[in-house]
Design a binder for this molecule. Sequence first.
Ligand code: NAD
Ligand code: MG
Length: 416
Amino acid sequence: MKAISVLGSTGSIGTQTLQIAKEFPNQFKVVALTAGKNLDLLIKQIHHHRPEVVALANENDLPELKERLNQLKSREKDFSNFNPHLFAGSEGLNIAASWNTADLVVTGIVGCAGLLPTLSAIQAGKDIALANKETLIAAGPVVLPELKLSGSRLLPADSEHSAIFQCLQGTPWPENARLSTGIPTPGLKNILLTASGGAFRDWSAQDLKNATVKDATSHPNWSMGKKITVDSATLMNKGLEVIEAHYLFGLDYEHIEIVIHPQSIIHSMIELADSSVLAQMGWPDMKLPILFAMSWPKRIETPWKKLNLSQVRKLTFLEPNTKKYPCMELAYSAGKTGGTMPAVLNAANEEAVGLFLEEKIHFVNIPKVIEKACEKHKQDLKSDPKLNDVIEVDKWARKEVRSEVQKHSHQMLIAT
Ligand code: NAD
Ligand code: MG
């Protein structure tokens, strides 16, 4: 039985993790939950999983959570002696993330907000099921040495990286080669990251000028949180995943390729030294990669829908269109520059996507403001950043993007 902490339990990754825990009660026990604002859902999750500890992102929401728990205790006899530890704020999230009885922490917080709790979990020696890619992208040079120090293991829950990780299980190399540690894996030559192409896959570059928030938040194949759905529409998600793959599997950027695969059946591939290519397949359902990160090194038998290739009929592949989607090249460039640049790319992207969702900038201007922030950061780049450097450039990039958008507020709403 593995004891699990779920960070961001009310989100898309968090709720799917809890569905898995519910479906396999003999394998997983939930000991810690953290959430942002959705108290209605959180209280239902507490009711089902009875965690030892719960933490909220915002201190102001704590009195309401206490009140609701008291109501539950007075309403249901079974809960009268149920007294989970309750915390809030940044320190509260860190406490829940490093909770002593947990074996594995699933990081389902969105954005760089996941960085400090993830680091706390690593420093406490917990294994990490990594969904929150922004943490590794912004702070790879800080996270990797911490893993080495604590011995905690980074198990990818992102579907592409899980696919690569699953393919690597079949290679007859030493134990450490099958774990993602940022150390180059012997014999692994290239990574082929597949991308669905996002919401605008079948739109022309000209049509993108009419893209709305509603269009960008509807994904053709995957059901996910809003931020990552917009990242998929700009293809920044794939760019971020290139950097994530670099830190996880230790390959240089020249050896990480993107291939558009509209059916999202092959979740990524690896090419080995002898030119053999291995692929992992499945329906586009995040439960499988999350389960593998939770159950590794075991595989758990599931009754889930069997992949039926005659129903899929065809698997197709296309080269990515970097002109229509400049975010991919911005990410490659930030990754190759390294140091604090990926943190700036990530923060500028989070801010730009937030502003797009607030309808303050047009979809096609997202890459433009990110590029500007990255360009400006070149003069202040730190090549071997510490945690404080990452936190500082993250703040700087957000402010930079906000002020740029404010300065040119009219142009920002127009697609040029
Ligand atoms: P989501 O928006 O659905 O959920 C985010 C969760 O984080 C919620 O529980 C929310 O309450 C919490 N949260 C938000 N801001 C917070 C803050 N400042 N402090 C603490 N908690 C906060 O997001 P999601 O789609 O589940 O994505 C979560 C992470 O997983 C992202 O990093 C994303 O890139 C990654 N990911 C998601 C998917 C997917 O299918 N959804 C796939 C691959 C990777
Ligand atoms: Mg992914």
